[in-house]
Design a protein around this ligand. Structure first.
Ligand SMILES: *[C@@H]1O[C@H](CO)[C@@H](O)[C@H](O)[C@H]1NC(C)=O
Ligand SMILES: *[C@@H]1O[C@H](CO)[C@@H](O)[C@H](O)[C@H]1NC(C)=O
Ligand SMILES: *[C@@H]1O[C@H](CO)[C@@H](O)[C@H](O)[C@H]1NC(C)=O
Ligand SMILES: [Zn+2]
Ligand SMILES: [Zn+2]
Length: 320
């Protein structure tokens, strides 16, 4: 664990320095507007068209696991809405319960514009969402281009777990001060408690004197050194890494609150979601589930859904 945690400490002092020196330039290069607003130009677009913004749509669908161009592909970086992109849009539509038109119709746009978790919906071809139930190499319009395995939890990354020793510790480490610890502590403790109620884990904050811990929680902005840069206000809200990395990062540029008004994002709901990833769960297709990947300002979803509970208990072999 020492090896795992110490680079992050070094990284953060480094980040702090970088941020201090770059502050003047950051003020002018801060992204303006919603990161996903490029989609608004694309309403109604479909296969065969060439439109400004299509290339960004490709990057968007790549980021969330729907698209992967191979090295020889001619359309990877252009504005052409090709058939590979159309297939990716259809898989997105399937996962989010939309009509699989392959067109960026208004319902699809609405979904894609919503703020969301930065963790991809499909990881190495694996997903708990609807497309994960498809057969491999299924012919027809739903055939999928990213060499999918479509196994439920192919790698089953999880924390080593025995009934007598399932206790994990966490610590707060932020490169940007957003919410003070007195406010954050009970929020995080309540989110952990929801999971601890359904699996025999205990979660506790590491003592100041402890040099090793399992989960690191903090606020970071834009590029923060883990190769998954945040995107300023809106767009991606947070992300977390699968076991046993244990990093859970809030995007410091969002308007966070423990009691959100309609413009704010709920700290505890997002904590419940990201802790699910820290424990090894992927996104769910069920909008009411905590592990659903999209999230709106003002929304509160702090209670686990039966799908979340089934997912985590299955992962840890508790419902056999
Ligand atoms: C799907 O298409 C049908 C028929 O056009 C329409 O009635 C329905 O509302 C659509 N569903 C969604 C989720 O867009
Ligand atoms: C995806 O697969 C590659 C190669 O098989 C592996 O190195 C990588 O860790 C996997 N990523 C995840 C998130 O499982
Ligand atoms: C969790 O952290 C403790 C120290 O707090 C350490 O002894 C243990 O090995 C860690 N567990 C895992 C699975 O990394
Ligand atoms: Zn997520
Ligand atoms: Zn991060």
């Amino acid at each position: 664990m020492a090896l795992k945690n110490s680079p992050i400490l070094g990284l953060q002092s480094f980040l702090l320095l970088v941020v201090m020196f770059m502050l003047p330039s950051l003020l002018f290069t801060k992204p303006n507007g919603e990161p996903f607003s490029f989609l608004e130009n694309l309403q109604g677009s479909h296969q065969g068209q060439k439109l400004e913004g299509v290339c960004k749509l490709k990057r968007y669908l790549e980021k969330f696991g729907y698209l992967q161009y191979n090295d020889h592909s001619t359309h990877a970086n252009d504005e052409e809405f090709d058939d590979q992109l159309e297939s990716a849009v259809k898989v997105y539509q399937l996962n989010y319960g939309l009509n699989e038109t392959g067109t960026l119709d208004s319902r699809t746009m609405e979904m894609m514009l919503r703020p969301r978790c930065g963790v991809p919906d499909i990881i190495n071809g694996t997903t708990r969402m609807r497309s994960g139930k498809m057969k491999r190499h299924q012919p027809g319009p739903l055939s999928f281009h990213i060499a999918p395995q479509f196994a439920f939890f192919k790698r089953r990354q999880k924390w080593p777990y025995t009934l007598t020793k399932a206790s994990l510790t966490y610590r707060f480490r932020s490169s940007v001060e957003v919410i003070d610890l007195q406010t954050l502590r009970p929020v995080i403790a309540q989110a952990f408690a929801k999971w601890a109620f359904v699996i025999p884990f205990t979660f506790s904050e590491a003592q100041e004197s402890q040099t090793h811990w399992n989960i690191t929680i903090g606020f970071h902005k834009l590029d923060h050194g883990d190769r998954h840069a945040f995107d300023g206000p809106g767009g991606i809200l947070a992300h977390a890494f699968a076991p046993t990395i244990g990093w859970f990062h809030y995007d410091a540029d969002e308007n966070w609150s423990p009691n959100p008004n309609t413009n704010q994002i709920d700290l505890e709901s997002i904590a419940a979601h990201e802790i699910g990833h820290v424990l090894g769960l992927e996104h769910s297709a069920i909008p009411e589930a905590v592990m659903y990947g999209l999230f709106s300002a003002g929304e509160q979803k702090r209670e686990l859904h039966s799908d979340d509970i089934l997912g985590i208990r299955t992962l840890y072999g508790l419902d056999r």
